[in-house]
Write a protein that binds this ligand. Sequence first.
Ligand SMILES: C[S@@+](CC[C@H](N)C(=O)[O-])C[C@H]1O[C@@H](n2cnc3c(N)ncnc32)[C@H](O)[C@@H]1O
Length: 224
Amino acid sequence: MSLQLDDFLITGRTFEEYAAFFDLDAASMKNTRVLDCPSGASSFIAEAKKIGIAAQGCDILYRYNADKLRLQGEKSIEKIYADTGWMADNNFAFYHSIERHKEHRISALEKFCTDYNSADYKYVELPKLPYENDSFDLVLSSHLLFVYDDRLDLTFHEASIAEMLRIGKEVRIFPLVDYKNSRKDELDNLSPLAYQIAEKFDAKICKVGFKFQKNANYMMKIKK
Ligand SMILES: C[S@@+](CC[C@H](N)C(=O)[O-])C[C@H]1O[C@@H](n2cnc3c(N)ncnc32)[C@H](O)[C@@H]1O
C-alpha cells in the first residue's frame, strides 16, 4: 500500500534537525552522495548542497509542482500549529519553544520550494526506487518507516529497506516509534516492526542526542 497526498500533511525538516536525527558530522560529508528518502518538504537537500554534500531527494509528492506543494505546505503548517497541545509533554532541549519548532517547519518549506528542481528531486513510489545500484553513500529516511506502522506493513518496510540498500551503502532511519509514540512508557517502546527489521537486516539501533518525543531518541543504521 502506498500513501497519497491526502494522507499527509506536507511537512519538512531542516538540515539542523536531520543532523541531530541521524548523528551527521556535516564537516566530514563533503562530496558524500546522500539520498533523502522520502524528502517531503525538507530543506536538507538545499542546505546540504550549499556545504558541498551531493544531496538528492525523492518522494511520491514530487508529481506536483512547487506552487501546489507550497500551498499544501502552508495549509499543513497552519493546521499543525492550530493545536499544539500534543507537544506539551515533549522535551524542548533541541527546539527550546513551540515557536522555534514552527520556525523550523516554515524555514524548511521555504528553502525546499526555492530549491525544488527535477534534477535533484525525483518522483518515486516506494518500495521501488529508480536509481542504479550503489548510487549513494548514504540514504536517510525520516518520518515514514515505522511512523506509519498502522498503514505500512512489514512487507512494505522490508521491500523499501532492501531497495534503499541496493542503491546505497548505508541506510539510516529515524524515528523508530509510531506517530503517536504509543509505546513510550513500555520497555520495548519502539515500533514492533523496528525489532523485526533490525533482526532481518542485522541493523544497529543507536541512541542519538536529539530529544523531542519521550524515549524516541533512537536511529537505525543498516550497512550493506
Ligand atoms: C512525514 S513526511 C516526512 C518528510 C521528511 N523526511 C521529513 O522528515 O520532514 C512523509 C513523506 O513520505 C512520503 N511518502 C509516503 N508514501 C510514500 C511512498 N510510497 N513513496 C515515496 N514517498 C512516500 C510522503 O509524501 C511524505 O512527504
